[in-house]
Write a protein that binds this ligand. Structure first.
Ligand code: FEO
Length: 172
């Protein structure tokens, strides 16, 4: 059985995952408007991944007979218009998500909540992947050159991202 403090903290994380989804959807819109539809696709796949992260937490609360509370999602905040600055924002955002997940692990350890520790470990591993992906994109921008030709190639490459994420709540 989860503590109320843990239920509240996981509900907060659901909101943060949904904010991440909303942020990437807004970024996808900006990139699509600028003609970078491959980058827009990559960010839209990321939107789905973030919604999956939120759903996985929600399913965990359901499985633990706890209440899921969906709360207001803030308007996405970003000013970046160029691709490199945008991905610097994405990486910094993911680093903040990593810190947020670590707080859940810290709380689970403090409460000797082994089930949530196991769940939090999945997210910690996922965050390694997320930060790695964003770092590699930034490295590719530097390697290709932050030029029209380089960004054209990056746009094609990121447009190949596999969109498959589990959408069935019962198969999470
Ligand atoms: Fe849900 Fe991108 O972390």
């Amino acid at each position: 059985m989860l503590s109320q403090k843990m239920i509240d903290r996981i509900n907060l994380q659901i909101n943060r995952e949904m904010y991440s989804a909303y942020l990437y959807l807004a970024m996808a819109a900006r990139m699509n408007e600028a003609g970078y539809t491959g980058i827009g696709k990559w960010l839209t796949v990321q939107y789905h991944e973030e919604m999956f992260h939120a759903m996985k937490f929600a399913k965990y609360l359901h499985d633990q007979n706890a209440t899921v509370a969906y709360t207001k999602i803030d308007t996405p905040e970003f000013k970046e218009k160029d691709v490199k600055s945008l991905f610097q924002h994405v990486l910094a955002h993911e680093q903040s998500v990593t810190a947020s997940i670590r707080e859940i692990m810290d709380l689970a350890i403090a409460e000797k909540d082994y089930a949530t520790q196991a769940l939090a470990q999945w997210y910690i591993n996922e965050q390694i992947e997320e930060e790695k992906n964003d770092t590699q994109i930034l490295q590719n921008i530097d390697l290709l050159g932050n030029s029209a030709q380089g960004l054209f190639m990056l746009n094609i490459e990121l447009g190949k991202r596999d969109p498959s994420v589990p959408l069935d709540f019962n198969k999470i």
